[in-house]
Design a protein around this ligand. Structure first.
Ligand SMILES: [Fe+2]
Length: 304
């Protein structure tokens, strides 16, 4: 059966069906999914029936999978599948997380961002699988950075074509209330990224920005931050965004180089939300270059 894509909004996001993901994917099926991703930027697959291993196997079709960071004094929730990034509100033992610093750290995910933009090696796709979902809230919201780019005033388009931004995970953590100072952030690693991302497959271009972006290179801090704020607000207007709600087993795939996303609020101290993510590195990075996240977190540990 052929893939069917049902649009979520006219230009952005689709629910896809018609592919049997309980079996290994054929090349033709994967090509159809890849085409749908190029066109829609975000694809939702309901009721996959995936477990960690199937999630990882499916994700590998998209490219090289990142390894989630090994963080000191914090065991992985899924030690057998290091490709699984834990995006839950749970401890490794499976209880609801109450540690204040960890709660504040995760709060940064509620801000509009694109995954891993604070790393030199960017992430292309994220594949988020729902295991447990709250009764209320806990959606993921997405923003269409290609349509937003196309609708930007021409002078802004010109400005961002010639500038880069510096990104830090800790900047978005600070914005969300994590206790860290500007000076401490400036002393930690940052990644310099273009502010636009041309997309080979479609010929379209996306704005590449988000809450990890803290400065525009060559602009005064205030001026750069005003531009970043403008771009995020512009791109997250209702005509460019939508939310996805989940049932266990649902998978959402997004293209980090063409979208932003944010987690929606829910009752984090009383409801369980177990979401797990695989992350596909951009391009054909060699296996031996893997695990830059552990090095990153060793120099800037959230438990510090
Ligand atoms: Fe994210």
């Amino acid at each position: 059966m052929a893939l069917t894509a049902t649009p979520i909004t006219p230009r952005f996001g689709a629910e896809i069906s018609g592919i049997d993901v309980s079996r290994p994917l054929s090349d033709a099926d994967f090509a159809a999914i890849k085409d749908a991703m190029d066109q829609w930027g975000v694809c939702v697959l309901r009721g996959t029936g995936f477990d960690n291993a199937a999630h990882v196997a499916f994700s590998r079709h998209f490219g090289h999978l990142e390894t989630a960071p090994a963080v000191k004094n914090r065991p992985r929730r899924h030690p057998d599948t290091p490709e699984i990034f834990d995006a839950s509100n749970l401890t490794p033992a499976g209880d609801i997380l109450v540690d204040e610093n960890m709660v504040l750290h995760k709060k940064g995910d509620r801000l509009w961002h694109t995954d891993s933009s604070f790393m030199e090696m960017r992430s292309a796709y994220s594949l988020l699988l729902a295991y447990e979902v709250p009764q209320e809230g806990g959606l993921t919201y997405f923003a269409d950075m290609r349509s937003a780019y196309e609708d930007l005033p021409a002078d802004i388009r010109e400005k961002i074509a010639t500038h880069e931004a510096e990104h830090s995970l800790w900047y978005s953590r600070m914005l969300a209330g994590f206790p860290i100072t500007e000076e401490e952030i400036d002393a930690r690693p940052k990644a310099r990224q273009p502010m636009i991302m041309p997309q080979e497959a479609t010929g379209r271009t996306a704005i590449y920005i988000g809450s990890h972006a803290m400065d525009v290179v060559g602009m005064l801090r205030e001026e750069g931050r005003a531009l970043i704020k403008y771009l995020i607000e512009f791109a997250t207007q209702p005509q460019y965004s939508f939310g996805v709600s989940y049932q266990p087993g649902d998978l959402v795939i997004w293209d980090n180089l063409a979208t932003m996303h944010r987690g929606g609020d829910f009752d984090i101290f009383n409801e369980r939300r177990d979401m797990r993510r695989t992350t596909v590195r951009e391009g054909d990075a060699p296996e031996q270059a893997d695990d830059p996240f552990t090095a990153y977190f060793q120099t800037s540990n959230p438990a510090n």
